[in-house]
Ligand binder design. Structure first.
Ligand SMILES: [Zn+2]
Ligand SMILES: [Zn+2]
Length: 239
């Protein structure tokens, strides 16, 4: 099986390494969300090491605005602008989320407007970005949580972001799809349980990777014998 996305962390909000992944398209390093723990890893390894490209462009694609998905974005913007002299592009799934991110990045975190570019997925016009998929996650963020469908190296890739339900993504799971899905051991109501996820995707001819893990051991036990795997981590875990 090919490795499509690699993860800087695959933990839920209350873990040391929050969930975020990356891939390279052309000269662009694309990060799906950026918690502070992933910024630390990105700085340590360097964007060019992650991308395998020299002087790569850096893009952060946001699923929703919870802190375990956005907490490192402004620090990354400061770092790339002042230290390595590059400009980050932030892609928001919708105009509403873009407005929220502008408030966070500019007003609250104090990034200067010339240090980053903020666009919606529609405006971004990236060949790898195929669909923005609205989903349900936390009621307080209803209407502002999204997953995505990508085409990466010719593969169909679906990334749920944080989700309580798998149904919005089912129409995109054609044969051979790489599905990276939120999955939880505990029933919180805002993250889909690993049991429900496996049951509802059983029989589909897809590659299922589990991410945003609250209890990796319990989730691994639930996935045993199903073909589902934990999302692949890049580099050393810090703990
Ligand atoms: Zn989360
Ligand atoms: Zn969340």
């Amino acid at each position: 099986m090919r490795e499509i996305l690699r993860f800087l962390g695959r933990g839920s909000a209350f873990t040391d390494e929050n969930n975020s992944a990356f891939f390279t398209s052309g000269n662009e390093l694309v990060l799906t969300d950026l918690p502070m723990s992933s910024f630390c890893k990105l700085r340590r390894y360097g964007p060019d090491t992650l991308s395998g490209k020299e002087n790569c462009d850096i893009t952060v694609l946001v699923t929703h605005t919870h802190g375990d998905h956005t907490g490192g974005i402004a620090t990354l913007i400061h770092y790339t602008f002042y230290v390595i002299k590059r400009k980050v592009t932030v892609i928001a799934p919708s105009q509403e989320v873009a407005d929220d991110l502008r408030l966070l990045i500019e007003r609250l975190e104090g990034c200067c407007p010339e240090s980053f570019e903020l666009v919606t997925a529609n405006e971004a016009n990236r060949p790898w970005l195929k669909d923005v998929i609205p989903t349900h996650h936390a009621p307080q963020l209803e209407g502002r949580c999204f997953g995505y469908r990508f085409c990466i190296d010719g593969e169909n890739v679906v990334y749920t972001g944080d989700t309580a339900v798998i149904e919005p993504f089912l129409p995109y799971l054609e044969k051979g799809t790489y599905l990276y899905s939120d999955s939880s051991a505990y029933n919180s109501g805002v993250h889909i349980s690993v049991h429900e996820l496996i049951e509802k995707t059983a029989g589909l001819d897809i590659h299922l990777y589990l991410m945003h893990l609250d209890d990796p051991e319990k989730i691994l036990a639930a996935a045993a014998g199903t073909g589902a795997q934990l999302a692949p981590l890049f580099g050393q875990q810090s703990c």
